[in-house]
Design a protein around this ligand. Structure first.
Ligand SMILES: [Fe+2]
Length: 341
């Protein structure tokens, strides 16, 4: 008996060293468990899903109902989960135009966001970055002539409660895509380029673990890293994504105001005049959609703002410098998002 107990305790200690956490969301989008999945029962690690078992929605709902929300896999098995999610992302992206557009858009947006998490964990990983870029591009071409489904997609996406660090850039870029299409000022190629710029602009935030952003009070060092995330993004992306110098510049300047210091003046016109920035207008669009997306996604320390209320802040930021563009933004949200909320 004593021997069994100490054997069990050694087994537990070994498991503690070997396992890494995964998100239940990662299992939602794969059909079978590619490896054993562990949970915690009465304070001990226990296998709760055997390798090969179907990971359908009722099964996962049952786990959540039993409070099994903290899931783990052995460290060596982690790449199997990532591989499965990525294969699924690629498959769903390739067959976007077959079947229900909202369902398909929803799957790609969720899978992209999970892969964004992998990318932020390992921003120099070329495989993660290439896949993310390819699938984001496919999503642009799928949505560009379907801007009437952006509203249900963004609403559903917010309900999925992905971590805001990974979700916010996608919502902002979806808004941006719709706005550019609505304005009739841009070619599809230009929309794709600005979407990619907007979607990857915050990758420099990966220098701080995502959970840290759940705290209202970052340390001084973390605040400094956060304030320099635009430069970090440029360092991470330069030469790895096909972005023009102009688009790299947009990333560099996408926080031409600071919520951290409450300096809410979007000073792009002067940058444009001094030659520091060529595309002041596009930078403004990227920044403004980011502000709206940040406000409507909640944080652990503040509730989400209503979409129409976020436009009040946008007004303060740009209405003086860009009155016509402000009217365009308001009219876009009114036409596609307000009446439906
Ligand atoms: Fe940012």
């Amino acid at each position: 008996m004593e021997f069994t107990e100490s054997y069990d305790s050694i087994k537990q200690n070994l498991l503690t060293l070997q396992v890494v956490p995964i998100s239940i969301r990662e299992l939602l989008f794969i059909s079978t468990a590619p490896c054993d999945i562990y949970g915690i029962k009465e304070g001990l690690f226990q296998r709760i899903l055997r390798k090969g078992v179907f990971t359908n929605k009722p099964l996962l709902r049952d786990l959540i109902a039993k409070g099994q929300v903290h899931l783990f896999v052995k460290r060596n098995d982690r790449p199997l989960i990532i591989d499965n999610v990525q294969k699924n992302l690629l498959n769903v992206t390739r067959s976007l135009s077959v079947g229900n557009p909202v369902e398909n858009g929803r799957s790609v947006m969720n899978l992209l966001t999970i892969n964004m998490g992998y990318l932020y964990e390992d921003p120099t990983n070329d495989k993660h970055l290439k896949l993310q870029h390819q699938c984001a591009k496919n999503l642009v071409y799928f949505l560009i002539n379907r801007i009437n489904i952006l509203e249900p997609l963004q609403k559903d996406f917010i309900k999925q409660k992905h971590h805001f660090v990974y979700a916010q850039p996608l919502i902002a870029s979806i808004f941006l895509l719709g706005l550019m299409k609505y304005s009739q000022l841009y070619t599809d190629q230009e929309i794709e380029n600005l979407f990619i710029t907007s979607y990857f602009k915050d990758i420099g935030m990966s220098s701080i673990p995502a959970e840290k952003y759940d705290q209202d009070n970052l340390t001084e060092k973390e605040k400094e890293l956060l304030s320099r995330h635009a430069q970090h993004s440029v360092q991470i992306l330069r030469g790895r994504l096909p972005l023009s110098p102009n688009h790299i510049n947009i990333i560099q300047h996408h926080h031409s105001f600071s919520l951290l210091t409450n300096d809410l003046h979007l000073d792009l016109k002067s940058k444009e005049q001094s030659g520091e920035l060529i595309a002041g207008f596009e930078t403004m669009l990227v920044t403004v959609m980011d502000v709206i997306s940040a406000m409507i996604t909640g944080r652990p320390f503040r509730p989400p703002t209503k979409l129409f209320e976020s436009l009040d802040l946008v007004k303060i930021l740009i209405a003086d410098q860009y009155p016509q563009e402000f009217r365009l933004i308001v009219s876009y949200f009114k036409s596609f998002f307000f009446d439906k909320n």
